[in-house]
Design a protein around this ligand. Sequence first.
Ligand code: BES
Ligand code: MN
Length: 461
Amino acid sequence: MTDILDYPIQALTEYVRYPSVSADSNFSAGVAGAREFATARLQELGFSVETIETPIHPVLLGTRGDPSWPKLVIYGHYDVQPPDPLDLWTTDPFDATEREGRLFGRGAADNKGPQIVHMVALHRALKQNPDLPLHITYLIEGEEEIGSPSFRPFLEDRKEQLMGDMLLVSDTGSPGPDQLVITTGLRGLTALEVKFIGPKQDLHSGVHGGALLNPLQALVQICSSLHDESGRVAVPGFYDEVVDPQEWEKGELSKLPINEDEYKNFLGVPSLSPPPGYSALEAIRFCPTLEFNGLGGGYQGEGSKTVIPSEAFAKITCRLVPNQKSYDIAEKVRKALESACPASIRVEVELKGGGDPYVVIPPGKPGSSGEETALMKKAFSLIEDCVDQQFGNRPIYLREGGSIPIIRDLQEVAGLEALMLGLFTNEDNLHAPNESFNLQIMERAIAAFENFFVRLGDEKK
Ligand code: BES
Ligand code: MN
């Protein structure tokens, strides 16, 4: 009998075929399809799978093995980002296409490809040893790309089932097929939506211009007061809790096979602008940011229109580093916006949530407690060896710029520490048109994880 997981590229192609865009209710059939695909694969692997309803998209919880065995939890998300703008895709985002050693499709890298890697590796490991003595809990959610709003209540409800010896995640990045990264931290996030409200309706800018403050002008002034000339965030107290990176972490960065010039060219910018005291590659990992993700108001159509808009808006997110707190930073930004706002304009700030930053200190690195679970210690030393065998280099240890807020929740509520092996690269175009997954990384990572699972379950080692 053949199994879909005997053919990794076909398996990923089929997974991508379900357009599981969590943000848009028009895609609910695709979301359900991807969930059913994942459920079927877990069942074939011998898991019993529960589909747990949430207000938006259900969570899958699969388990196999004897509860007395070491407990491994594996995380993934079956949802994807919207494919827009569609006209910039070379091929259909949901009809995965292979070219140049990559499989192109929405979600191919974030996060369906890495999930197929884990599943195929486990499939092969279980063929070698059907009684592999690992108790595995599979946790696959469907709301990651919309900020996991249902996750915290789900976790509070099911924490007993999720407690274990460690968490395995592949939803972060690496430089390329010859050098993988073990991710030791994720930035936190906080999101705000801001409205700048002026006159009760749009006005003729000749009839009324000069008499009142234009909300767009207020937006520009207020928003530009949130950074200083050097590029640092100027929100009072923003950096109060920030802790400096450890020396060894800076040392790991120097092993990255990419320099600032190459990175600059990759981005297509004439120069990089990290905050003072940091290189650009350091800033992504070690510094917090305040970003404008969208600004708007007034006339956006063709030609000009002499109008004073009644209101303007800004969408802002901050990326956070240890020990900043999502809620505290949101409040600080709110205060800065309110106090920069002139009396002639009303500012409304809505906090949209986020998550706190996460760090894991690998067993044996400076600052580690030595009290990590036996499984965790074994896993970190095994993965180095398994990666080295397949990729020709030992992994380097780096924090990431991106966020997966639930990893921190799992640490806080279920006591899980994460081993995160990055499988996507900058070239994979996450969240952008022409997302793809590098098939060489896929093949090597399957072999590495097969070996990892077999040896992790081996009681002798
Ligand atoms: N897989 C990414 C997170 C990621 C991206 C980690 C790049 C490391 C490097 C995840 O799917 C994601 O996009 N997360 C969002 C979180 C948000 C929607 C709450 C992010 O980082 O913007
Ligand atoms: Mn994503």
